[in-house]
Design a protein around this ligand. Structure first.
Ligand SMILES: O=C(O)CCC(=O)C(=O)O
Length: 250
């Protein structure tokens, strides 16, 4: 059973109060398998092209930044109706894709190992907005495998979108306050743009893959122009709702 629109009314209030929400069953298992294989292949291509050592040095090992380049699965993901139900519940119509990437957290990687640390994705914009409960940007982390504390669940500090800078940067205190986004593949962990969070530490022997989709209000200039340099038929393969997510100029 995938999550349906009428059951999603709690998500925006949760983002307003806690700055985070966790929604299960947004994508089904077959989709997740396809996304996961596509991401693994794209990651391998990047490692072959640039070399693991170089990618590690620049803090990009396991980050696949060419989201549309992972293959037709990126289009499939953007066309998924349940994703749009969730987006509509969070933002209404006024929404665009700001940036997307795959993140593969390898064994032995994670919090406090370069480049991973506590952060709020859009801290500066959050600071400039007077009402901290105004949801202007949300990181959608799509779980491509079952995520546990052992394989590096993302840790989120609830309510920190309302306080701005943290009172303490002490790792022990932050870990104690954090909630861990554990759950089954196909779930989405939503993190508001001003909410502090960090990857966990992957102490398992398998990589932990997620897809990160950062959505923002349309008046925020996207980090990547997804319509530039794309195959001519890309927009034809997207549903009107998905196309609207990518349009930089409208
Ligand atoms: O990989 C993770 O668990 C966290 C990802 C993250 O920090 C981010 O998307 O901003």
């Amino acid at each position: 059973m995938v999550a349906s629109a009428p059951t999603l009314g709690w998500v925006r209030p949760a983002l307003q109060s806690a700055g985070t929400a966790f929604v299960e069953n947004v994508f089904d298992r077959d989709q997740i398998k396809r996304f996961s294989v596509a991401l693994k292949c794209a990651d391998q291509r990047e490692r072959t092209t640039y070399g693991e050592e170089f990618l590690r040095d620049i803090g990009q090992l396991g980050y696949v930044s060419d989201f549309l380049g992972i293959g037709p699965e990126a289009v499939e993901l953007l066309n998924t109706p349940q994703l749009h139900d969730l987006l509509a519940g969070v933002f209404g119509e006024e929404i665009r894709l700001y940036a997307a990437q795959g993140i593969i957290l390898g064994p032995g990687e994670g919090r406090n190992v370069f480049p991973r640390c506590w952060h709020a994705d859009m801290f500066q914009i959050a600071e400039a907005i007077a009402d901290p409960t105004f949801v202007f940007a949300v990181n959608f982390l799509v779980l491509l495998d079952d995520v546990t504390r052992e394989n590096g669940a993302t840790a989120v500090l609830p309510g920190t979108h309302r306080t701005g800078a943290l009172e303490t940067y002490d790792e022990a205190q932050m870990s104690e306050r954090a909630i861990e986004a554990t759950g089954p593949a196909g779930s989405v962990c939503l993190i508001e743009g001003g909410t502090w969070h960090a990857a966990g530490f992957n102490s398992s022997n398998r990589p932990r893959p997620v897809l990160k989709l950062m959505f923002t209000r349309r008046w925020i200039r996207p980090q990547i122009d997804y319509c530039a340099d794309q195959p001519a038929d890309l927009l034809d393969r997207l549903t009107p709702a998905a196309r609207r997510l990518l349009y930089a100029g409208s």
